[in-house]
Structure formats: C-alpha cells, structure tokens
Design a protein around this ligand. Structure first.
Ligand code: SAM
Length: 289
C-alpha cells in the first residue's frame, strides 16, 4: 500500500509560542529552490491544491486564497472614499494585486523584495494572479518596502501590507517606526490594511499590531475571516486610518459595492460589518476596550 505523504508547516514564530502544527495530505512537491532571502517551495496537496511555502510557512493556496486576498484588500478599499493610488508591500503571489485592480484605481505599485517569489508564483500558481502583473496600471518594484516608503509623503490613498510573518525579510515590518513611515506616505484620509496574525495561536502578535497601529492612527478596526490554510482560528486583517472608520455606514459601503458591481466570492457589505464584530473574550485577550 502506497505510504501517505504529509506536509507539516514548520515555524518558530516570534512573539507567540509554537503550539499548533497543521499537516496537509500531499500529492507532490512541484518546486523547491532558494533566493538570497528565503526558501521557496510549491506543493500539490489534496485539501488545498497547489500551495506556496516560504521558509517552511504556508503562504497561499489555489483553493481558498480568495478569502485572504479579498479580506486584506476590499475592507480598506471600501473604507477609502475614492482610491486612485494604491501601494502593496509584499504580495509576490499577485493575489492582492488582482483584487485591487477590480477597483477603478489609476495606478498600483507592488513592492516585493524577492523577485523569485513572483516568478515561481506566476509559473506554478497562475490562478492566483490571473494575469494581474500584466495590467498597464501596475508598477512592479523589486525592493524592500521599508526603504521604498521613505521616498513618499502624503501620496497613496490605500497601502496594503501583504507580508510574510515578522521574521526573515519581514522582521522590521511591524515596528512602530515602519508604521509611522507608512502613515507619512499615506494621504490624510487614506487607509492601510495589515495581515495581523491568527486570532488563536498568534494573539500576542495580533495585539501588538493593533496597539502599535493605535499609537499611529486614530481609527483602527480588526476584521476577521477563516484562512483555513494557515491555522486554527480566524486570521485578523487590521485596517487603520485617521478617518473615523466607525462612522462609515452600511448604506455608504452598500451603495459603493452596488455601483462597482465587483465579482467577489467572500467579501460583501454584510461581511464587511460582520467581520468587524469581535467577541468579548477576544477583546479581552487583545486588550481592546
Ligand atoms: N499571505 C502571506 C502571509 O500572510 O504570510 C503573505 C504572502 S506574500 C507571498 C509575502 C511576501 O512578502 C513574500 O513574497 C516576501 O518576499 C515579501 N516580503 C517580505 N519582507 C518584505 C519587505 N521588507 N519588503 C517587500 N516585500 C517583502
């Protein structure tokens, strides 16, 4: 009888003890290589189809990438009155880029430190970017997002941080200094969206991201959704702005959603608001009043 092959996520995340190790029934390893920044692998798995793995950490899957990419993009884009200039830092798989380009934006900058990730993702997981890198509104920059934002002041309407967990090339991206730099590059009424960790096994990280953003922006809201590839518990997508996000009504979001008539599989106005309702125990765990 053929021996089953299993793929386990190996990690020793900073901030939270490594208590959960999820394994996937594997069909085949499709690619394995390294760049100067990280180990890059692609596997074909039974539950999630093809998945991208960086330094042993599951990044995205063909099967359910739309939940993560829609929830990291659309709440911030719908909170923003009329996003025209959008910056994505990280996001080398192209999933967030594909979602942003569904909006009538003028230009999108994607700043990815590792061009090998883009090459591998385009070759083995084309269903995630769906040709978004070829859109003429896209400016692709291979470089460190931490350095890139220093060149911009009061420029972007929306900034999306689609970064791997804060270690390796991404270790500086949850620093207060970085968030202050991101605010400087953002227009006064702009919004930023951050992947803030898993709301079960990464509560320390999630709380740190929330409270650091709270020190830089006057309005910070956690949206949550199940990203099944990563972990048990929901993932948090934290949106921050100096616009009072809590004042933006269901009617406003619904009117914009109907007008744009986007083809989405997860995000919609009711999800926008339902995903921002945190149960009491989580508010306590995250020390949110
Ligand atoms: N969804 C994934 C997650 O939540 O873990 C993130 C996916 S995306 C592939 C992460 C990307 O961030 C990687 O391609 C990595 O190379 C890129 N990255 C890490 N640090 C970076 C930095 N300082 N500047 C730009 N890109 C960076």
């Amino acid at each position: 009888m053929k021996k089953e092959k299993w793929l386990f996520q190996t990690s020793n995340m900073p901030y939270d003890p490594d208590t959960v190790k999820n394994g996937l029934r594997m069909k085949k390893k499709l690619y394995s290589g390294s760049s100067i920044y990280q180990k890059i692998e692609v596997y074909d798995t039974l539950p999630f189809g093809k998945i991208l793995v960086l330094d042993g950490i599951f990044q995205t899957s063909e099967k359910e990438e739309f939940i993560y990419h829609e929830m990291l993009s659309h709440p911030a884009l719908f909170y923003c009155a009329n996003p025209k200039k959008v910056l994505i830092i990280g996001g080398g798989d192209g999933g967030v880029l594909e979602e942003v380009l569904k909006h009538p934006v003028e230009k999108v900058w994607l700043v990815e430190i590792d061009k090998k990730v883009i090459e591998v993702a385009k070759k083995y997981l084309p269903s995630i970017s769906k040709g978004a890198f070829e859109d003429k509104r896209v400016e692709l920059v291979i470089g460190d997002g931490v350095k890139f934002i220093k060149n911009y002041k009061n420029f972007f309407d929306v900034i999306i941080l689609d970064l791997s967990d804060p270690w390796g090339p991404a270790r500086k991206v949850i620093s207060l200094k970085f968030y202050q730099g991101v605010k400087g590059a953002l227009k006064k009424n702009g919004t930023i969206s951050v992947q803030g960790g898993c709301l079960f096994s990464q509560l320390k990280l999630a709380s740190l991201v929330f409270h650091r953003l709270k020190r830089v922006f006057s309005s910070v809201i956690i949206h949550k959704a199940p990203v099944l590839l990563y972990d048990i518990g929901e993932l948090n997508f934290t949106v921050a702005s100096d616009v009072n996000l809590k004042k933006i009504t269901f009617k406003q979001i619904e009117r914009k959603f109907k007008k744009l008539n986007l083809d989405l599989r997860y995000y919609r106005p009711k999800i926008h608001f339902a995903s921002a309702v945190l149960p009491k125990y989580l508010m306590r765990e995250l020390k949110i009043k």
